[in-house]
Design a protein around this ligand. Structure first.
Ligand code: X2X
Length: 343
């Protein structure tokens, strides 16, 4: 805040006090701009969901809280795995972030990367919108960041530049770019692939140059990033994991707001997240998957695995599931399995 604004706000507060009127809120403590971190910008459902949140907050607080989007995790120089720590430390005020990128700091978030845990969207909803989601929010809160709402990047499907993948042997020797948690190295190693960790910013040039053969991301991301133009001509719909997003605020920032403004920010996050999930599922949740038709029209070979083919992949990665379950928390994984079975 500029000194003049601060002084006039302070003077206004003093006037109100001298008149015996309550000071509406500690406006002097508000920042002129709140920095919201996202990996993917507004061309993607992820960034759109963040923009919707920012707009709702600006409107509903009548401009008291101004949020600016920083795509490409630019506040941490693109290093997605440092985002969570930066939010906790206040380098970032707010974020809509992926569980994958935060899983190095919050082990429980690896739950979503357990291979083949979530058979369908109903399973995802049963977990994140239920008791498991609340437990995970408690863990994030304990880790020093305030969670408000669940969004979704989507089911992560695998693409590559070499050939059709319909069984684990097809992955043998393929160099696959992966993100964040060491769990991904385990999964792709179990499948016989050659996984290599890098940020999203580095991934696209690596695909273009052929330094990597493949990647895994939701179809909406594949489309918006135009991955068919960097040689990714084969796509397999295997739905091996779902990548939820979480709307969060740094705790000091949260505490600097009035209770009324906190309620607005929280409700806006819930409303924006709901819209964001609908946007991210559009084209994939319908029976005829219109988005898949669009990819096919770009000359990409899309392979939609049968339940039996999917089971072969699930069996091949079972050791990863077993290894990671205790690290994530046996109780938490049991709760998630139960919620999915009872969906
Ligand atoms: O880096 C990725 O693949 C992305 C954009 O999906 C995430 O941030 C998890």
């Amino acid at each position: 805040m500029k000194l003049r604004t601060f002084l006039s706000a302070t003077a206004a507060a003093a006037t109100l006090l001298s008149m015996g009127l309550p000071v509406a809120h500690a406006q002097a403590k508000y920042k002129e701009e709140y920095r919201l971190s996202v990996v993917l910008g507004t061309a993607f459902p992820w960034g759109k969901g963040a923009e919707i949140w920012a707009n709702k907050v600006r409107e509903r607080t009548e401009g008291r809280i101004n949020i600016k989007l920083y795509p490409g995790t630019s506040l941490v120089q693109g290093d997605q795995t440092r985002e969570f720590s930066a939010i906790r430390q206040g380098v970032i005020d707010m974020a809509v972030g992926s569980t994958i990128n935060w899983s190095p700091q919050v082990k429980a978030l690896n739950l979503f990367s357990l291979p083949f845990l979530f058979p369908d969207y109903a399973a995802v909803d049963a977990v994140v919108q239920g008791q498991v989601g609340q437990e995970i929010f408690k863990t994030i809160d304990k880790a020093g960041v305030l969670p408000l709402a669940w969004g979704e990047n989507g089911y992560r499907e695998i693409s590559n530049s070499k050939h059709v993948i319909s069984k684990p042997e097809d992955l043998k020797g393929l160099k696959i770019r992966v993100v964040g948690s060491p769990l991904f190295l385990d999964t792709f190693t179990a499948l016989g692939a050659n996984p290599t960790q890098m940020s999203w910013a580095d991934a696209q040039p690596a695909m273009a140059s052929g330094a990597v053969d493949g990647q895994e991301n939701p179809v909406s991301v594949y489309m918006a990033a135009k991955l068919s133009t960097v040689g990714q001509k084969y796509m397999t719909l295997w739905g091996y994991m779902n990548d939820p997003l979480i709307y969060v605020v740094n705790k000091d920032v949260w505490n600097s707001w009035t209770p009324a403004d906190r309620a607005i920010v929280k409700q806006a996050a819930l409303d924006a997240a709901k819209e964001q999930i609908a946007i991210s599922r559009k084209g994939m949740s319908e029976a005829d998957k219109p988005l898949v038709k669009e990819i096919t029209a770009q000359g990409v070979t899309v392979t939609d695995l049968s339940a039996a083919q999917r089971k072969v992949f699930a069996d091949a990665t079972r050791s990863v599931y077993t290894k990671w379950k205790p690290q994530i928390g046996t109780n938490l994984v049991d709760m998630a399995e139960k919620a999915i079975a009872e969906r």
